[in-house]
Design a protein around this ligand. Structure first.
Ligand code: RIB
Length: 294
């Protein structure tokens, strides 16, 4: 498909220089654990989702901010290498790029810290530029940039008739103004529980949480890790997809692979069920390999 034929997706969100540490276990409070490897990689939920959407066949424009530093240069190059248009990513002087440290344990789980840096300092006025929104079909947002930026982006997308998609990760309370603009919500089990007050422990409870969230969001999707994915959309039967059986290597970034793939598939005209299944397959493939530098 030529670039001109691809559906256009705008991603407004975070860019992080990720430092990935492999260790037998994650340290508990006050504990020092001896790890056995580390490597840097491109990251940030916004950046990961932008690359996933581009890899799934969308034309992706990213808006965000990096610092005028080595990490920022790395992030811009990696974004472009991942097939994402980066003209709307600002390089801010005097402030460091966002970064993260993630410690992955032998079981494939991880714990991470993010330092947002430049991601917090994008001027919302940059999100008003008309060429950012030209021909856009969908907007992807996450919770790693300030709510006022998400709100500015969602408002601009709404005005041009684009579908506003929010991956509400990591959890934070959502403003009523933002909720009113969101067409499609994706959350994991913990975020679903925090937003819906329904504890998510299996596919049945994920379905209950998705039903509760569907009272506030037109489309509500709960990704429940190895329990599967539950989804509700207007005029569609509820979807409950079992997780695909895979050997778990690392869950890091799997939600981002799901989100970028899902929105790209929907923007390309895929049915709800087909797009969910495609995203589910991509997330399964993602957890079965080690996160690599882009
Ligand atoms: O979802 C994984 C991402 O979350 C990482 O790339 C990290 O930077 C954090 O933002």
């Amino acid at each position: 498909m030529s670039n001109a034929e691809k559906p256009v997706i705008v991603v407004v969100g975070s860019l992080h220089y990720d430092i990935m540490v492999d260790a037998p276990d994650r340290p508990r409070k006050g504990e020092t654990v001896t790890g056995h490897g580390w490597r840097p990689k491109f990251g940030g939920k916004g950046g990961n989702q932008a690359v996933a959407a581009a890899q799934a066949g969308a034309r992706v424009r990213m808006a965000g901010a990096v610092g005028d530093d080595e990490f920022g240069r790395f992030l811009l190059e990696a974004l472009q290498a991942g097939g994402v248009e980066a003209a709307h990513v600002r390089k801010l002087a005097g402030i460091g790029s966002g970064m993260s440290v993630a410690i992955s344990d032998a079981g494939g789980d991880y714990g991470a810290v993010i330092v947002s840096g430049a991601n917090l300092h994008l001027d919302p006025a940059h999100l008003e530029e008309a060429d950012l929104w030209r021909d856009v079909r969908a907007l992807i947002l996450q919770n790693e940039i300030p709510d006022r930026l998400n709100l500015a982006a969602a408002g601009a997308a709404h005005r041009v008739g684009a579908t506003v998609c929010l991956n509400a990760a990591p959890f934070r309370p959502l403003s009523d103004e933002l909720v009113a603009l969101v067409d499609l919500l994706v959350v994991n089990a913990l975020e679903a529980e925090a937003l819906s007050a329904v504890p998510v422990t299996d596919l049945a409870s994920a379905t209950k949480a998705a039903q509760a969230l569907a009272a506030r969001f037109p489309i509500a999707i709960v990704t429940a890790g190895d329990a599967g994915v539950a989804a509700m959309a207007p005029g569609q039967p509820p979807v409950a997809l079992e997780a695909l059986p895979v050997e778990l290597v690392s869950t890091h970034g799997a939600g981002d692979a799901f989100m970028g793939t899902l929105v790209a598939a929907l923007a390309a005209g895929g049915s709800f069920a087909q797009s969910l299944a495609q995203a589910n397959r991509m997330a399964a493939a993602h957890v079965s390999r080690r996160p690599e530098p882009l």
